[in-house]
Design a protein around this ligand. Sequence first.
Ligand code: ATP
Ligand code: LTN
Length: 328
Amino acid sequence: MKKRILTGLQPTGVITLGNYIGAIKQMIEMQENYESYIFIADMHAITVNQDPIVLRENIKSLVALYLACGIDPKKNTIYIQSDNPYIGGISWMLECNSYYGELSRMTQFKDKAKKNANFTSGLLTYPVLMAADILSMDADYVPVGVDQKQHVELARDIAIRFNNKYGEMFKIPEPILKKVGTKIMDLQTPDKKMSKSSENQKGVIRLLDDIDVIRKKIMSATTDSEMVVRFDPENKPGISNLINIYSSLTNKSIEEIEMEFKDSNYGNFKSRVADIVVDVISNIQNKYNEILNSDYLDEILDSGMNKNIEISKEFYQKMKKVIGLGRN
Ligand code: ATP
Ligand code: LTN
């Protein structure tokens, strides 16, 4: 039987070309080998302030974008966290089995609390909600970036503690650290990674950017004065980044690309990179628009919701029983 993996995505901001190349392509590979659950962690998003209209829009938009990128709803169960009425209760029962001390020591909490002294208590208890997501879906593995590894380890600690106190209940999940794939850099400051939350929009390509804007961003990417298309990330970070993008989207090797453009100037090279990026992204955008405007999306989310509720409801009831809540 296939092992179960669970991935949670926060619906904040439109994903970038960096996320696509670095993360989504890996998820598309994993969907072949695992029983995969992907959910939109909208309840996590409200640990910090969100505009309700923007948040609501981002949720479906993110699902449509993942589907448009090639996440296959036949191979993944996709759902929205807040569609499950049991998750809050499960999280509470786990909160009462976790400690203020361990939560206040989480790196992400300390970083965020330092930035805003007026933080919510949700920011502190966020990792317990994440433990609830993971444990109540009986996940074997949780693929995460290194910043979330500590939270998965806390979920393991909470699961072990709960099992010891109340008897075997939860599987002990393991984090899988996502492979470090090609890191795509900011087009304007190529010593910095391309990031959703970057201030400077000119250096970041978002999958829902206007196609003409994407082309302009690539044509005005920072380069160097050597005028040779050569891969050398240390001395030529801008050109090397464009080579990486081109290579990731065409599957051509770096050597092949250097050969292909050995007689080209930077203008020609950039224009070819722009062609490929525009081709891939316009394809994604066409599918995105089709999906967003169809009933298909709600069908997928309803079916994901039902499966999510079915599995976690059972945990909810078993947990209540062993803790002594409710009636006989
Ligand atoms: P934020 O700006 O909010 O930190 P981000 O765009 O940096 O967001 P994350 O949400 O931290 O992205 O990461 C989501 C996934 O995308 C992770 O698996 C991460 O490794 C991958 N990823 C993010 N940025 C890049 C990039 N520039 N190149 C390759 N992979 C990336
Ligand atoms: N905290 C994660 C999102 C997330 C998650 C999860 C990931 C919430 N619940 C459960 C894996 C499993 C983030 O901010 N990326």
